[in-house]
Design a protein around this ligand. Sequence first.
Ligand SMILES: Nc1ccc(Br)nc1
Length: 446
Amino acid sequence: TENGDSRGRSGSLSAPPPLLEEAVQKIDVNPPKGTRDFPPEEMRLRNWLFHNFREVSGLYGFEEVDFPVLESEALFIRKAGEEIKDQLYCFEDRGNRRVALRPELTPSLARLVIQKGKSVPLPLKWFAVGQCWRYERMTRGRRREHYQWNMDIIGVPEVTAEAELISSIVTFFKRIGVTASDVGFKVSSRKVLQEVLRCYSISENLFGKVCIIIDKIEKIPMDEIKKDLKSVGMSEEAVEDLLRVLSIKSLTKLEEILGGPGEAVADLKQLFSLAEKFGYSEWIQFDASVVRGLAYYTGIVFEGFDREGKLRAICGGGRYDRLLSTFGGDDIPACGFGFGDAVIVELLKEKGILPELSLQVENIVCALDGDLQGAAATVATILRDKGQSVDLVLENKPLKWVFKRAARINAQRLILVGNTEWQKGMVGVKILSSGEQYEVKLNELE
Ligand SMILES: Nc1ccc(Br)nc1
């Protein structure tokens, strides 16, 4: 050892020196800023939520897909000044590649669709549940990760695709006890914006930038919105007209203002008619101010909101017909949505409808004597092979301790392996809800 002293940590001559003297380095046991752990109770809630995501996706015939959390940074570099780009969790890896933790799932999905090419016949109905990241200055103390449920329909240009997607979210809400009195969907189309900008012969390449500015309409002061719109080249008159159009809440009014039935109005009328047929008319409303904050949307956009107006958007989505071609793929129409795992939980808490989810174990098996631990393991295996859940007590513990643990894990039955019974090939069974107890032959235990 360094100091030539052969005594170990205990200082006695006999103890050998410790094999590896690791300096104790007290670590921060909290997760990194903006991230969450999921201890058992939180994990049960998350699993319940994801189970409903998956069940609904299955009801709509969607197939699950997934992608790496780490993507090439290039997938998310768009020049429209989106928040998602400003907060990209990006870095240079050891191979000097620019990479990023994905801030959303849609670009990865688009990449995979292009990669698969003709080998996957259209239309595709894919869903994913994945963790997404942003690097935000912690000044606002907001999270840096959340899980998103995405559903996307690739290869369907008709509005039936958007109507189907909104239907799937309505189905999800109904499954978890959220009603049309709790939440709604604001629906519009970016073609509204397009038609206004065309009136002022504002070039299409400003379209993305203008959308991103408009998306902040409820987040920053109106004069800042106007200043930003002018800074991208819009005239005073164009800005005033645009803002007037965006305040419209009726399709009829929109048609008047736009001077007749254009594509935007036609699409929205079809969507509202399909909503009637799907049976979710009471869940949706036209609101021209909805543009969503992602540059790639090209048509109908929608967002789920809580009617009390206390929470941020619950979910959002829309049509993105140009995204695949901007990645070098074919010109394939697409639409989809993202549904985060955080706001919905806040809503359930607000409404007092969080599900009661507790650990449920069918059996707790305990050896009454130290030398019966092996016998207890045999009993546990017999039950598990029959598909029964078993918490096997792994040490010699007093019965008081066993009963306390049985209560904590909500065990339904206590299986006691004692010498007297075991000699007869039997075990003791206690039904913990009723207190009823009896002995049963091992080969009759079920
Ligand atoms: N896009 C994104 C990623 C992570 C969080 Br938290 N919120 C939004």
